[in-house]
Write a protein that binds this ligand. Structure first.
Ligand SMILES: CC(=O)SCCNC(=O)CCNC(=O)[C@H](O)C(C)(C)COP(=O)(O)OP(=O)(O)OC[C@H]1O[C@@H](n2cnc3c(N)ncnc32)[C@H](O)[C@@H]1OP(=O)(O)O
Length: 418
């Protein structure tokens, strides 16, 4: 029997980027070779120590990249996050523990840096629970049948004194970041966008070959304030009777007020030729259907878990968020990796801050660190998880107390894919 050589898992150097990118493309089943332009774009993401590779005889066979991010906690505080992306293991080297080695390396480094959480968008549901991640937000996509909305096709949009203008990518790069800062700090589960995000998502920097310039619509309130921005694309479908059947697909739409949200969705549904609007991934409790007289004109076509969170520091994570009610809970948090397990007392003040301290008192609830991540942004119910046997009540009624403290009236949402 021939023994396999030990594989080297380590941060890559910048000169190894082309080989690393080939492995990344291969893992995601894309054309392996990157163009010079794509390579130039990817170079902008290079941060020493944050791109991991596994090497077999000098060839890169696994990839993992992390970058600095902020995640908005319940109540609006941004917490430092280790955002994980670009995870691949080449098919020839799968199930030999490479993902586990890369995750252990990355999470230990994030803990060392002082990040409060790690975040990712999971390609498949079953991959990341074992590393302490829990699904913490979900998402839905609607299709709106524009002929069925009940909107008056003759009426001008917006009808509230605001205005909508179409702008170019350069304008989006000027207006977008400031608007997005306001939006993301008001949206638990949202994440920060750096300059590169705006450049990539307006075509100034390209990571792939499929870029097509979209339309950008900006909404300004009657007072002239920029309150909403949408990026959308249209196909060119006409049916056999020479009727336009165009689909407008929204790449992203952000709004700092319900008025801006309403105006942008109504605008998109009023464009001549557009028969349906695909909303892209939205909040699971989005207001969207209720902007139309006929709510049933919008139907959900896709839904799924979205942002996964891994708590790296239970004390700082629980103290970063606010609470819906006053109350007290002792949590026994099980963390197989030893990163942040232990027994903690959470004392929450109504509508305000919480204090979290290690304790030796008897626990009210026992749960894995992944389940606590799922509860942390307020989207899941401890009572539901207890019914599933995923959290254990050590004191009768403790799961209801957890729900009263942790759950929120609007659901968390992460608008971004990374
Ligand atoms: C944040 C992101 O980037 S998401 C993108 C993730 N990437 C992809 O989906 C691309 C295609 N898939 C792959 O590249 C690989 O299969 C990976 C990265 C998912 C897994 O890499 P591997 O090196 O094979 O994983 P590794 O050998 O470390 O597996 C560790 C454990 O996870 C399990 N596991 C790994 N992948 C999966 C999966 N897709 N579904 C279920 N279990 C899985 C393994 O069976 C193993 O279990 P065990 O410890 O009980 O034996």
């Amino acid at each position: 029997m021939t023994s396999r050589p030990a594989l080297d898992v380590r941060p890559i150097t910048e000169s190894e980027l082309p080989d690393w990118l080939r492995a990344l493309n291969t893992g995601f089943l894309r054309e392996p070779v990157s163009s010079g332009k794509q390579l130039d774009g990817r170079r902008k993401q290079f941060v020493p120590g944050r791109l991991l590779g596994a090497f077999d005889g000098g060839r890169c066979v696994a990839t993992c990249r992390s970058f600095a991010q902020e995640l908005t906690a319940v109540g609006g505080a941004p917490v430092p996050a280790d955002a994980i992306s670009n995870v691949t293991v080449t098919a020839t080297h799968r199930r030999r523990g490479l993902l586990t080695r890369m995750m252990n390396h990355d999470l230990a480094a994030a803990k060392e840096r002082g990040d409060v959480v790690a975040t990712l968008i999971a390609a498949e549901y079953r991959i990341y629970g074992r590393y302490g991640f829990g699904p913490a937000t979900s998402t839905a996509e609607w299709i709106v049948d524009t002929a069925r909305t009940g909107l008056d096709p003759r009426a001008a949009v917006p009808d509230d004194g605001g205005r909508i203008d179409l702008v170019e990518g350069e304008e989006v790069r000027k207006l977008g970041p400031e608007l997005h800062e306001r939006v993301r700090l008001g949206q638990p589960g949202a994440v920060s966008r750096d300059d590169l995000w705006w450049q990539v998502n307006t075509g100034a920097v390209r990571f792939d070959t499929s870029w097509a310039e979209p339309f950008y619509a900006v909404y300004r309130s009657a007072g002239g304030e920029v309150e909403g921005l949408a990026s959308y694309e249209c196909d060119s479908t006409w049916d056999d009777a020479k009727q336009p059947r165009v689909t407008a697909s929204v790449d992203w739409l952000i709004a700092s007020t319900p008025a801006a949200e309403r105006a942008l969705w109504r605008y998109l549904c009023s464009i001549d030729w557009v028969a349906q609007v695909k909303t892209g991934w939205r909040a699971p409790d989005d207001l969207l259907p209720f902007f139309f007289p006929d709510v049933r004109s919008a139907r959900i076509t896709r839904q799924a878990d979205w942002l996964w969170v891994r708590l790296l520091d239970v004390v700082r994570a629980l103290e970063a968020r606010t609470y819906e009610a006053a109350g007290e809970l002792v949590l026994e948090v099980v963390d197989r990796t030893g990163l942040t397990g232990g027994r903690y007392r959470l004392q929450a003040a109504a509508g305000g801050a919480g204090v979290c301290t290690p304790t030796r008192s008897d626990a009210d609830l026992t749960l894995d660190v992944a389940e606590l991540a799922t509860l942390w942004l307020g989207d899941e119910s401890a009572v539901r998880l207890a019914a599933l046997g995923r959290v254990r009540e050590e004191r009768a009624g403790a799961a209801r107390v957890a729900d009263a403290l942790l759950r929120t009236s609007r659901r968390p949402w992460c608008p971004d894919m990374f």
